[in-house]
Design a protein around this ligand. Structure first.
Ligand code: GLN
Length: 244
């Protein structure tokens, strides 16, 4: 039986708004196709060995939790996370977890968190939070303009640098910063979004695209059987219609 190995990074600190639901969605959509998912939780005090995993998931968290995990982000751990990104490990990073992949996050109290620098983004916190349902159109050609429904709650405004492309273009809501109409980030096999919710259950096409990226990297070309996604798509469409 084919298997994917998933690392859930800081599950006890970064798990706002049920972001763990993204792992459940990936697990079920693999199981329904006869593919297993081996889940490993890595948090404070645990080593992160990049070559052990096919997918890394990092959820969202409040400034307070992001500050706590700073003490654990040793140069070694940061180096291994950067290596994992460079070597093509698939990442799904949500909100605070998204910010953690960047160079730094300066919160609205002007406290700067130096993060991993795994992708060229940075975040600046503001007093006014960006909260609510939001929608964006995916930029990856393989997703052919897929509209994604999500829920955001962040004070951080994230700005993309250099080779980092947006995951999508905002239709309704704030997205990365409420200024440049970008939503999330894409770099190599990294997928980042401000969408809690969780993101994947109501966006099955995006979930399968992320899974397929990991399966192709591990096994070469790979086809996923078609599932009945009527309930999942109805859930996503409810938000999309609500925001029209
Ligand atoms: N604390 C960060 C911010 O407010 C991330 C929030 C989150 O993960 N929901 O921007």
């Amino acid at each position: 039986m084919d298997k994917l190995k998933l690392c859930h990074l800081y599950p006890d600190l970064l798990n706002l708004y049920g972001d763990r639901g993204n792992i459940i969605s990936m697990q079920k959509r693999l199981e329904w196709r006869g593919i297993s998912l081996e889940l490993t939780e890595i948090s404070v005090g645990n080593d992160f060995i990049a070559d052990s995993y096919d997918i890394v998931f990092i959820g969202g968290g409040q400034d307070f939790e992001q500050e706590i995990l700073l003490t654990d982000l040793s140069e070694e751990k940061k180096k291994n996370i950067r290596y994992a990104v460079k070597s093509g490990v698939v990442f799904l990073a949500i909100c605070g977890g998204y910010q953690l992949l960047g160079t730094h996050y300066k919160n609205w109290n002007d406290i700067q968190y130096d993060f991993t620098g795994a992708i060229d983004i940075h975040t600046i916190g503001h007093k006014k939070r960006m909260i609510g349902d939001f929608t964006f159109k995916c930029s990856d050609s393989a997703l052919a303009g897929l509209t994604v429904a999500g829920f955001e709650n962040h004070s951080g405004k994230t700005y993309l640098g250099g080779a980092v492309k947006p995951l999508g273009e905002i239709i309704k809501g704030s997205g990365n910063n409420g200024e440049d109409q970008t939503a999330g980030a894409r770099y190599k096999n990294v997928f980042c979004s401000y969408s809690h919710g969780p993101l994947l259950p109501k966006n099955p096409v995006l979930c399968d695209y992320i899974l397929k990226t990991a399966l192709i990297r591990k096994y070469g070309d790979y086809n996923l059987s078609v599932l009945n996604d009527s309930a999942e798509i109805a859930a996503g469409n409810y938000i999309i219609k609500k925001l029209k």
